[in-house]
Every structure is written in structure tokens, then in C-alpha cells.
Design a protein around this ligand. Structure first.
Ligand code: F6R
Length: 240
């Protein structure tokens, strides 16, 4: 991976936003892989002022993951989060931006349907990734197969604690999610992994320099030929 150490998250946001603009200018129906959580927010913020004169009407997007059993209208469903933080501020066509179906009714087919939709779109051009403190990418928790495709997973206690800040109580954080697999993520043409803060140092070191192991799902990026890692000094502090 190409590792770039930046002074802060907003600089990283600008770098990634510039790259996204390049991709969309060269192909207006480009497919963006969207992450949620705190990490990618500076990217979405930096994109907004850069989109003047850029035709985003045909741009497509696929979110990495969704909670299972949370109503889509719940403010913390990733469908709502993507609508609020990406689709609306950037003026994207909501019909072209998808999240996996986390409803209990849809769950039997949701993984297969999502894979088929990504394939029909021609695959993801640029995939934005954050990383969990336990080394997950998407919600592929430790032990996930490198060949995995979109499917239901159980969130670790660690991840539910980390994400409790978005809910009133930890008990409100869903137990399950539906997430693109590591195999799905590895098919994207360019992976851009972002991490900020000392809390991510260990996961970043493992992903970039550690052994390639299912115990640290982020290490799967070492199998991909085109990866950019953007980290601040704190998140880089575990690198050799
Ligand atoms: C989000 C996702 C997760 C997050 C990770 C880091 O769609 O797939 O892998 O990127 O949990 O979360 P933050 O950025 O909130 O620290």
C-alpha cells in the first residue's frame, strides 16, 4: 500500500475528494464505495465545495454495510446516514445510491441481491474505507473469510461499544449487520483506507505491516494491488 501521513483529517479529506472528482470527471457514471462512521466525514465535507461544475447526476454509490433490524427511517440506519451526509449535501440521485437491505423481510436475499447490483454497475471504482479498533473493514469482524461476499455478521462487543456513541444506550446498538465481504471489497479497483487518532494505531499497523490474517481483517488490503492509506501522525504511530 501507498501510505500517506497527513497533518490532520481535513487534509486527508481534501486529498480523497480531489481523487473522487478526478474519477467522476473522467467517467460521470463512476461507482463510489461509501463508508459510514466518523472517519469519512471530512471526505464528504471536502467534496461539497469541489463539485461545482461537476456532473454528479449519473454517479453511483454502494455503502459498505447496514445494521440488521433497524428501521430504514431510524436516524442511525446507514441508509439514513448516507442520505443525510452524502446524498443530500452533494446533490446525488438517491435512486443511484444503495445500501444493503437490513430489513428482516429482505435478509434471505439481501446479500446476493447486493452483490448482483454491484456487479451490474460494473464494480466499484474507488472504495472509501475506515477501520475499526478491532481491525474490521466494512463490518468484517476478526475471523471473516478473505473470500467472503455480502452477508449477515454479528458485531463484536468492541464494535458495539465503539458505535454506542451514535445511540442512546449500548443496548440500542444492533447485534447484527449486513456487510460487503472482504472478497467484495477486494474487487474494488482502488481502495482508500483512512484512519485518524491513536485509537486506530494498532489496527493500522496490523493492516499495513502485520501478517495477512483473518484475525485482523484489514490486513486483507495487502492482497490488493492498488491501495492508498491516509493516516494522521497518531494513527501512523504504530508503523515501523
Ligand atoms: C462503516 C464501516 C466501518 C467503519 C469503522 C470505523 O461503514 O464499515 O468499518 O469504517 O468501524 O468507524 P469510525 O470511522 O466511526 O471510527
Amino acid at each position: 500500500a501507498e501510505v500517506v501521513i497527513v497533518s490532520d483529517a481535513s487534509v486527508a479529506g481534501g486529498v480523497v475528494a480531489d481523487e473522487i472528482v478526478r474519477v467522476v470527471r473522467s467517467r460521470p457514471d463512476a461507482v463510489l464505495g461509501l463508508a459510514t462512521g466518523s472517519t469519512p466525514l471530512p471526505v464528504y465535507e471536502a467534496l461539497r465545495p469541489r463539485l461545482g461544475g461537476v456532473d454528479v447526476s449519473r454517479m453511483r454509490g454502494f455503502a459498505l454495510d447496514e445494521y440488521v433490524g433497524l428501521d430504514p427511517s431510524h436516524p442511525q440506519s446507514y441508509r439514513s446516514v448516507i442520505a443525510r451526509e452524502v446524498v443530500e449535501p452533494l446533490g446525488l440521485d438517491p435512486a443511484r445510491i444503495r445500501t444493503p437491505d437490513g430489513s428482516l423481510e429482505g435478509i434471505a436475499h439481501a446479500g446476493e441481491d447486493y452483490e448482483a447490483a454491484i456487479e451490474a454497475a460494473g464494480g466499484v471504482d474507488l472504495q472509501i474505507l475506515g477501520i475499526g479498533t478491532d481491525g474490521h473493514i466494512g463490518f468484517n469482524e476478526p475471523g471473516s473469510s478473505f473470500a467472503s461476499l455480502t452477508r449477515v455478521k454479528t458485531l463484536t462487543r468492541q464494535t458495539r461499544e465503539d458505535n454506542a456513541r451514535f445511540f442512546d444506550r449500548i443496548d440500542d446498538v444492533p447485534m447484527h449487520c449486513i456487510t460487503q465481504g472482504l472478497g467484495t471489497i477486494l474487487r474494488a479497483r482502488h481502495l482508500v483506507l483512512l484512519a485518524f487518532g491513536a485509537g486506530k494505531a494498532e489496527a493500522v499497523a496490523g493492516a499495513v505491516e502485520g501478517p495477512v490474517t483473518a484475525s485482523l481483517p484489514g490486513s486483507a488490503i495487502q492482497l490488493h494491488p492498488h491501495v492508498t492509506v491516509l493516516v494522521d501522525e497518531d494513527a501512523a504511530s504504530g508503523l515501523r
